[in-house]
Ligand binder design. Structure first.
Ligand code: IDP
Ligand code: MG
Length: 133
């Protein structure tokens, strides 16, 4: 069993899509082991997205993730990291396949409704970031 971090981003929480998105995860065999609704500080968003520090969209991205409530979840399933990435769809909702969360709910490349860890190594780091036990 593998674990990955999922975030329902501010655009989706704002549209009350949290419940629907959680249902999609459950219907696709994911167990939600932990979850919490929080709003993070700009400085925490900067730490979380540090990997993108040099990108031109870094400032907007950090501003956005800290702009409103988010739901962070630990998802568990076999091959959870890859499975979640597939279920989320491409970063730009315009390029996302039918049936994916971003295709269904994403508004734009920045307001793309969900985050998912991109590797097992990053999943561990990201889970620890939000759920230090
Ligand atoms: P991912 O979320 O699919 O893993 P990343 O490349 O890790 O995509 O980028 C992190 C987040 O940064 C994306 O989900 C998206 O919200 C935002 N982002 C990525 N590329 C762009 C861009 O070209 N313009 C604006 N925002 C972007
Ligand atoms: Mg990423």
């Amino acid at each position: 069993m593998e674990q990955t971090l999922s975030i329902v981003k501010p655009d989706a929480v704002e549209r009350n899509l949290e419940g629907e998105i959680k249902e999609i995860f459950k219907n696709n065999g994911f167990q939600i082991l932990k979850e919490k609704k929080i709003q993070i500080e700009r400085s925490e968003a900067e730490k979380f997205y540090k990997i993108h520090e040099t990108k031109p969209f870094y400032n907007d991205l950090c501003e956005y993730l800290s702009s409103g409530p988010i739901v962070v979840m630990v998802l568990e399933k076999e091959n959870a990291v890859k499975g979640n990435r597939e279920l989320m769809g491409a970063t730009n909702p315009k390029d996302a396949d039918d049936g994916t969360i971003r295709k269904k709910y994403g508004i734009s490349i920045d307001k793309n409704s969900v985050h998912g860890s991109d590797s097992l190594e990053n999943a561990k780091i990201e889970i620890n970031f939000f759920f230090k036990d």
